[in-house]
Design a protein around this ligand. Structure first.
Ligand SMILES: C[S@@+](CC[C@H](N)C(=O)[O-])C[C@H]1O[C@@H](n2cnc3c(N)ncnc32)[C@H](O)[C@@H]1O
Length: 292
């Protein structure tokens, strides 16, 4: 069912809703089941309807993601591509990035928040927007996949992806779609990407993990090693070590993989590291306007 046939709400509160993908289309998009499982979602700090804003704000502070967003905004401005005008927040989740950007940057006229998790976009998101005092005419809530943006070519001034790029099972398709909708003068901010220093460190970590998995109980393993525990052998291939999480869709890239993906799709990049933050960010500029 497409936009014209749907009977779902055209607004939530005062915020406009658009349906950019059919139900079967988003339902068959990778990792949809996980992000639309409300029982799992209720356990997360994002679920402010269950747990209030304290958990979300504490999480953002602890991870350093807000600082990383600010660094990216500053770098974009230094590069002569200050964020302004019309933008798209892809895989916007509960819209904390949209809210903070609109609150801080008066020259942003509108953000299209694109997301395929219905409860994140249409239930939690509007409460987050209201909490931060976001005006209704500044946001459009777009239920759909980030692979098919219902926006004209070269129509947006900026794109933001927060902890989102590494959830694409087809990163090249996503970058091509971003390149299509971005103005030549535009800018892309990518924050919250896993930071993997290099293959040697990865092999070292895996070795310690594998030894740990033989001597430590499961709870202790989770405490020490977190969630990235993909490999099974002591001496795996790099592909095995970087194998994506099949449920949540986290993909793991070395820096050279990012560089290659960005340049193949016509972007120059500037890498952003944030003190105390386990993630890295990137400011991408269409290569016509930057020397790589
Ligand atoms: C780790 S969360 C990040 C959400 C948000 N950007 C934030 O910073 O809180 C990843 C998000 O990607 C969304 N997502 C994954 N694949 C998607 C796709 N193909 N199209 C739209 N959203 C997608 C999920 O529903 C989820 O909200």
């Amino acid at each position: 069912m497409l936009e014209q046939d749907r009977t779902e709400p055209r607004s939530v509160g005062n915020y406009r809703v658009e349906y950019w993908s059919s139900e079967p289309e988003i339902g068959s998009t990778a990792y949809f089941d996980y992000w639309n499982n409300e029982q799992i979602e209720k356990l997360k700090p994002w679920h402010i309807l269950e747990s209030g804003f304290a958990g979300l704000e504490q999480h953002l502070k602890k991870t350093g993601l807000v600082r990383q967003l600010e660094q990216c905004l500053d770098r974009a401005a230094q590069l002569g591509h200050a964020v302004h005008g019309v933008g798209a927040d892809l895989a916007c989740g509960v819209l904390w990035t949209t809210s903070l950007m609109l609150k801080r940057i008066g020259s942003i006229s509108k953000i299209y928040g694109v997301e395929y998790s219905t409860h994140r976009l249409l239930e939690i998101g509007p409460t987050v927007l209201r909490h931060y005092g976001v005006e209704a005419d500044k946001v459009v809530l777009c239920l759909g996949t980030f692979y098919k943006l219902r926006l004209p070519d070269e129509s947006v001034d900026f794109v933001i992806l927060a902890e989102a790029f590494h959830h694409a099972d087809e990163p090249g398709r996503l970058l091509a779609e971003i390149r299509r909708v971005l103005k030549p003068s535009g800018v892309v901010l990518v924050i919250g990407e896993h930071r993997i220093p290099n293959a040697a460190v990865l092999y070292g970590r895996n070795f310690v993990k594998r030894i740990g998995s033989r001597i430590l109980p499961k709870m202790a393993q989770r405490w020490f090693f977190g969630t990235m525990s993909n490999s099974v052998s002591l001496f795996p291939s790099l592909e095995e070590l970087l194998r994506p999480d099949p449920i949540m869709g986290d993909h793991y890239y070395l820096l050279r993989h990012y560089k290659q993906m960005f340049s193949t799709h016509g972007f120059g990049h500037h890498r952003i590291r944030t003190r105390g933050c386990p993630f890295q960010g990137f400011v991408l500029l269409p290569q016509t306007s930057t020397a790589k």
